[in-house]
Design a protein around this ligand. Structure first.
Ligand code: HEC
Length: 113
């Protein structure tokens, strides 16, 4: 009986921790500073607009894909381990990229009609 209670409590704690991981809330202002402090700007441009060294980062990838690219980049981007950019900082940078204005809908541009 006691062991069941303990197991139950452990399970509740474990799922609470897993939930906290999923719902890290990023701060766009902090993310803007981190984007420069962590050197992302040197390849992706000061606002993530892209350069010869790295692609444009908007519209932002969904968070799981963003973190996957950060931790295990597809090709030549240097990997950022959790020691370099922790999960909270990754969420902040992601929030910053998501806060960038979206490009206008082509249908709303008169010259293109
Ligand atoms: C040395 C240059 C360089 C630095 C510094 C760099 N990146 Fe990259 N990044 C790249 C390149 C090149 C790619 C293209 C894919 C690859 O090489 O893995 C890329 C791809 C990405 C992508 C995927 C874009 C897409 O649409 O597929 C994201 C997101 C990204 N970088 C975020 C970051 C963040 C956040 C930082 C800072 C913590 C950063 N990068 C630092 C060069 C860089």
């Amino acid at each position: 009986m006691k062991i069941n209670l303990l197991l139950g409590a452990a399970l509740v704690l474990f799922s609470a921790a897993a939930f906290a991981q999923d719902s890290l809330k990023g701060n766009a202002q902090t993310g803007k500073d981190l984007f420069v402090a962590k050197g992302c700007y040197s390849c992706h441009g000061f606002v993530g607009q892209g350069s010869r060294e790295g692609p444009r980062l908007m519209p932002a990838l969904p968070y799981p894909a963003f973190v996957a690219q950060l931790r295990t980049p597809r090709t030549i981007m240097p990997p950022y381990t959790a020691t370099l950019v922790n999960d909270q900082q990754a969420a902040d940078i992601h929030a910053y990229l998501e806060s960038q204005p979206k490009p206008p809908d082509p249908k709303s541009i008169k010259l293109l009609q």
